[in-house]
Design a protein around this ligand. Structure first.
Ligand code: IVH
Length: 677
């Protein structure tokens, strides 16, 4: 009997979509454009809506989430889900290898073959397939009983709902780690911050929180992935005899396995692998907390067996922890170059991410409020890679009566000028300007830094010393330093004094963009300085510019334009610039190129709502490159508004004024069109 045509079309659609899905999410190699995928999925949903009785568990339409549960069911693991013993140094790894070889006895060769894999920092999960169909997903729980998260795992695109290929056992349990890649984590937290919701401390917590949703529609919106690393319960079929072959077989059936997996001979090679991956750790797109080494032969694994909860044939070599708990001893306020007052937590020193940390930035008062932090609290500190350490959470249950509220001081801690917080800004600032010694020091450090005048040998410490000793007050004083006075400084000497003077002299021949950047105008970074230099050509032309003409420059919006004008109209800034020129600071002027007629020249665009396809900065930059001005508010002069989800008053205003409004997809299409033109 031939199946009815609708059944045939459904089967074909499901197969095609599952295949595209696998190409996209597991192999990272999409074969069709998103629009084609969407069209197929849409057709499938349409057919299923017409004949709901034909919906099956392996249908890709089921990935969007199902009816919320009231509680998770318990799942008994047929084969216990073990954990791993840890090794924290090389010796402990060698001890592990020695135990393995001793236990296996004489017949083992000197070098045991080990599979090496990253230890993914997520949630262990089990997937059960009956005759190739995903029938159950479960958490590890305590190893013998976990929770039924079938509806949630169905929403994870890299998990096959139906196995690809053939030859799989009729009962196949695949185990692995579900985790949230960094970009998904950042996006999730950015959205939470925008909505003033709680942010997740790290990707692992975010993955756990996303999996523990009774409403799988929430899980469906989170970016989760699963990498498989072992088999569990198998019946009605067999798997290969080597661990790496099993994983490769899993891959054929449609699972994602970790690309870093390698099989090596002997523990020495394992240690090499550890170092290689440790060096790569910060550039991986997901968190790992160590390396797992497993005896590759299943036969040897069986011979070795396990003790209580961990196998004798595997071990995890942990990396130094990136998160630790410590106490906030005090909170101090630092003054930056632009007067920004930054609260900094002084910590009970703690070893985290491979170094001892005793300070962590708290960014601003809003952050302190968001964390609900008090001085004396115990906190979790995170230091990942080279990123500055930060406080990610407060351990409320450890709070005592001794804690003290954190208050922004009324006056600058350095110069005692009043502190102001402009409306709508999160940052509070010292109003002292160059009267404030802290701001002066920072301004001089910036002036001498590599991307600015690049004065060799004039580091932060020396700047502090020069200001403290009264040898300089502002950047222009640098060019009047005397060898004798310098040589008399502590840790200086005649030779270094002369070297410094030579470097200062050399820095006088600079470029216009470098000079502009070195002035430390708020919001004027390297790229903006370059853009300004190219557009105005000479300092004198820039000095007489106004906010309107400044905004014609790519990369300059109303706020930056305002800061530039403010800087250029300040008497003491002008005086310093004049002094610098008198001292011989010079640069070749730049020939201003005729502005090419750009496709959006003269237009004003507004971005509003959440952009999901590209960061807002990038959207802005692309528009500016095309010649458009990007404004913060909608007016009659606005040419076009790009409105993402959550757009509010700006969208309404645009509609009221009859200004053109497009969504992000249309926006991206236009950008592509201009790029082609
Ligand atoms: S193998 C019997 N391989 O680490 C072996 N585990 O403490 C059991 N994990 O609960 C696990 N990456 O969640 C294995 N490549 C990997 C892993 C891995 C992460 C986690 C897993 C397990 C915990 C062990």
């Amino acid at each position: 009997m031939t199946p009815p045509p609708i059944q045939q079309e459904l089967d074909q659609l499901k197969e095609t979509i599952n295949r595209h899905n696998h190409q996209y999410y597991v192999l990272d190699d999409p074969q069709v454009p998103d629009s084609e995928y969407d069209r197929l999925l849409h057709r499938l949903q349409q057919l299923e809506a017409e004949s709901p009785e034909l919906i099956t568990a392996d249908s890709p339409s089921q990935r969007v989430g199902a009816t919320p549960l009231s509680a998770f069911k318990q799942v008994a693991h047929e084969v216990p889900m073990l954990s791993l013993d840890n090794a924290f140094d090389e010796q402990q790894l060698r001890d592990f290898d020695r135990r393995v070889r001793d236990r296996l006895g004489d017949e083992t060769v000197v070098n045991v073959r080990y599979a090496c894999e990253p230890k993914l920092d997520g949630i262990a999960a089990s997937l059960l397939y009956q005759d190739g169909i995903l029938v159950r997903g479960a958490t590890r729980g305590d190893g013998s009983t976990g929770e039924d998260i079938t509806q949630n795992v169905r929403t994870i695109p890299s998990i096959p709902l139906k196995l690809l290929g053939s030859g799989y056992p009729s009962t196949l349990e695949v185990r692995g780690e579900i985790y949230m890649p960094h970009d998904g984590f950042e996006k999730l937290n950015a959205r939470a911050r925008e909505r003033d919701e709680k942010v997740f401390v790290n990707p692992r917590n975010a993955a756990a929180g996303s999996l523990r949703q009774l409403d799988s529609k929430v899980t469906a919106q989170r970016s989760l992935e699963m990498c498989c690393y072992s088999a569990g319960w198998i019946d009605g079929g067999e798997l290969p005899g080597q661990h790496d072959e099993i994983l490769k077989q899993f891959q054929q059936w449609g699972f994602r396995i970790n690309a870093e997996m390698q099989v090596v001979d002997g523990i020495g090679a394992c240690i090499d692998y550890y170092h290689q991956l440790a060096a790569k750790r910060d550039s991986l797109p997901y968190d790992i907390d160590g390396i797992v080494f497993k005896v590759n032969s299943l036969e040897l694994q069986r011979d070795l067996g396990f003790v209580t909860r961990a196998p004798r044939w595997a071990i995890a070599h942990k990396f130094p922890a990136q998160e630790e708990i410590t106490q906030v001893l005090d909170v101090e306020f630092q003054v930056g170059r632009t007067g920004a007052i930054t609260p900094v937590a002084r910590l009970e020193p703690v070893f985290v991410g491979g170094v001892t940390v005793s300070n962590a930035t708290l960014h601003n008062m809003d952050e302190i409020q968001r964390l609900d932090l008090m001085s004396g609290d115990y906190v979790t500190i995170r230091r990942a890679g080279d990123v500055i350490p930060k406080v990610v959470a407060v351990l409320k249950e450890r709070r005592t009566d001794e804690v003290r509220a954190i208050k922004m001081p009324d006056g600058c801690p350095v110069c005692h000028s009043p502190i102001e917080r402009a409306e709508g800004e999160v940052v509070a600032r010292c109003t002292g300007g160059l009267v404030c010694e802290a701001q002066r020091k920072e301004a001089i450090k910036h002036f001498a830094s590599r991307k600015a005048l690049d004065i060799d040998g004039l580091g932060d410490k020396l700047v502090e010393q020069l200001v403290d000793e009264g040898l300089i007050q502002s950047v222009s004083d640098l060019f009047h330093l005397q060898a004798e006075a310098l040589a008399a400084l502590e840790r200086m000497g005649e030779k270094s004094a002369l070297n410094l003077l030579v470097a200062i002299e050399a820095s006088k021949q600079t470029s216009f963009p470098r000079f502009l950047y070195s002035l430390g105008i708020r919001e004027v970074g390297e790229a903006t300085a370059l853009s300004l230099a190219n557009n105005f050509g000479t300092l004198d032309a820039l000095l007489v510019s106004d906010e309107e003409s400044l905004q014609e420059v790519p990369d300059v919006g109303p706020i930056v334009a305002h800061h530039i004008v403010e800087f250029m109209h300040n008497e003491s800034n002008l005086q310093i610039i004049a002094q610098l020129r008198e001292s011989g600071l010079s640069w070749p002027d730049i020939e201003v190129k005729e502005k090419a007629s750009l496709p959006l020249q003269g237009q004003t665009w507004v971005l509003t709502g959440t952009l999901e396809l590209m960061p807002r900065n990038e959207a802005k930059q692309q528009l500016q490159t095309l010649g458009a001005k990007v404004a913060g508010s909608v007016s009659k002069k606005t040419d076009c508004v790009v409105a993402g989800p959550g757009a509010g008053s700006k969208l309404t205003k645009a509609q009221d004024l009859g200004v053109e409004v497009i969504d992000e997809v249309a926006f991206v299409q236009r950008l592509e069109r201009y790029a082609e033109a």
